[in-house]
Design a protein around this ligand. Structure first.
Ligand code: SIN
Ligand code: FE2
Length: 216
């Protein structure tokens, strides 16, 4: 299903429903793309992008930072949310208002009118980086959806089932696309395939992903 929606306060975006519980809002973030990238850069000046280590000792190929009351981290001790950036010892940077407004608006458009994100993970992928299939399950409240924003180079997103072995569907994501999932599929496996080389006018040789969640 694709609906093209045009009205005064929401210039064109197209809504797709690739699977039950999954809503893809094509180009939803396009109108604020420049401000979003500026806000990412400002968060990264306070809490720099870094390659975190998994509990199994692998260094993640995507570089990460966070903003909001809680930030997601991984190291040899495990995955968890923290109030402070372990690298600076300071609280994670405040969630920029433009981030929160976008996430709440996207959730609402996708049928989740009560979304109240307290955590935003920012992933930065350079060519060759990827994110293997995983579940987002370190949050307290699974009634709230996940809102995931793509900026810069395109990538293929994988959305699977409740088991890692369930064959994932492949969804190409482009600059400005927002994908929202929740309800029964909230803990489904997902990831992104290896980022291919390219040059994007706004982000250069990278793709950013903003993942909003209610973690606490
Ligand atoms: C993630 O699930 O953590 C990131 C997905 C993406 O980069 O689109
Ligand atoms: Fe995820």
């Amino acid at each position: 299903m694709t609906l093209d929606l045009f009205d005064s306060d929401q210039p064109g975006y197209a809504q797709e429903a690739p699977a039950e519980g999954v809503v893809l809002l094509r180009r939803f973030a396009l109108e604020s793309d420049q401000s979003l990238v500026t806000a990412i850069e400002s968060v990264a000046r306070q809490s720099a992008f870094r390659h975190m280590e998994t509990p199994g000792g692998h260094v993640m190929s995507a570089a990460m930072t966070c903003c909001g009351e809680l930030g997601w981290v991984t190291d040899r001790r495990g995955y968890r949310y923290t109030q402070n950036d372990p690298q600076t010892g300071e609280p994670w940077p405040e969630m920029p208002r433009i981030f929160r407004e976008l996430a709440v608006r996207a959730a609402e458009a996708a049928g989740f009118p009560e979304f109240n994100p307290d955590a935003c993970l920012i992933n930065r992928y350079r060519p060759g980086a990827k994110m293997g299939l995983h579940q987002d399950r370190d949050e307290q409240d699974f009634s709230q959806p996940i809102v995931s924003v793509s900026l810069g180079l395109p990538v293929v997103f994988q959305f699977g089932g409740a088991r890692r072995s369930d064959r994932p569907m492949r969804l190409p994501l482009s600059h400005g696309d927002v994908i929202v999932w929740g309800g029964k599929v909230r803990r489904h496996y997902h990831g992104v395939l290896t980022l291919r080389r390219g040059a994007h006018p706004l982000t250069g040789d990278c793709r950013y992903n903003l993942t909003f969640r209610k973690a606490g």
